[in-house]
Design a protein around this ligand. Structure first.
Ligand SMILES: [Zn+2]
Ligand SMILES: [Zn+2]
Length: 281
């Protein structure tokens, strides 16, 4: 595994590369605009070129845009649903401009309609966004959830069903968030727990669907269904879980991206990256 971080991209998107390099990251993730507004970001060509140039001269090996938190591809509200698809599609277009490798998105909640009804909405949303970005090399990654009320994609079984429903498009992939899967009940603190997760990945999705990890410790206990990220080693997952994860051969060539609060509360930092690297055998 190689390590990266969610970074700020304000004041010019190329700053995301500088902000990553500054803390020693080899992969960066950022929002393409404000995470709480719907308006899709379209970069000026000169800004996108400046980003691509900055990346080319840097040690950054992987670039991913995180979609906004408002997206709900399973929403039962037509206006919200349409805006979600527009936003997903917009993120793919922005990623394409920057030459990013992927976008990652939370799928959303069926809000009580049930998984099957939600699945049909998600299927249509994903197919629309994939069709609108046809020919683009940018991967569309679905993130597992902590399992709070009605959220879609709590485990590899659900993620596999969603990918299958969308026709198994080769651009679809998975981002495994370590805090979320622990909060949903998978115990990554033991060898057996990690092996079980890998078996479920193989069975329901196939190993090559896994494109990246979010490396976050958890402020809440196993199976809490409550999503609260903690700095590496300081939460309920703890150091031993991350020792297993960073040395796992199945994850050898994948980016592991931090979304932790940081020691001073200003986001992923050099210290959290150092903690991960110190666990590599
Ligand atoms: Zn995450
Ligand atoms: Zn989270």
């Amino acid at each position: 595994m190689y390590f990266g971080a969610h970074v700020k991209s304000s004041g010019g998107v190329w700053h995301a590369i500088e902000n990553g390099v500054e803390i020693g990251a080899e992969a960066v993730q950022f929002f393409a605009g404000s995470p709480r507004t719907w308006a899709p970001t379209l970069y000026k060509e000169k800004d996108a070129a400046r980003f691509r140039e900055a990346r080319a001269g840097s040690p950054i090996r992987f670039v991913v845009i995180h979609t906004i938190y408002l997206i709900n591809l399973a929403s039962d509200r037509p206006d919200f649903y349409e805006k979600s698809i527009r936003s997903l599609s917009g993120a793919l277009a922005a990623a394409d401009q920057l030459g990013a490798d992927a976008i990652v998105t939370h799928i959303g909640s069926h809000q009580g309609s049930g998984f099957a009804v939600g699945l049909e909405r998600v299927r249509r949303g994903l197919l629309t966004a994939l069709a609108e970005s046809e020919g683009s090399p940018v991967r569309l990654l679905l993130e597992n959830t902590a399992g709070a009320g009605g959220t879609m994609g709590v485990d590899f079984r659900e993620l596999g069903q969603i990918i299958d429903a969308a026709g198994g498009d080769p651009r679809l992939g998975i981002c495994l968030d370590t805090a979320h899967i622990f909060e949903s009940g998978a115990d990554l603190r033991t060898r057996e727990g990690v092996d079980l997760v890998l078996r479920e990945l193989d069975e329901h999705c196939g190993r090559d669907r896994l494109v990246m990890l979010h490396l976050n410790d958890s402020k809440t206990p196993l199976g809490s269904n409550r999503d609260r990220h903690e700095n590496i080693g300081d939460g309920d997952l703890g150091e031993e879980a991350f020792r297993l994860l960073v040395n796992e051969p199945a994850f050898e060539d994948l980016p592991g991206i931090l979304e932790v609060p940081g020691l001073d509360g200003s986001g992923p930092d050099r210290e959290n990256l150092a903690r991960l690297r110190a666990l590599v055998d």
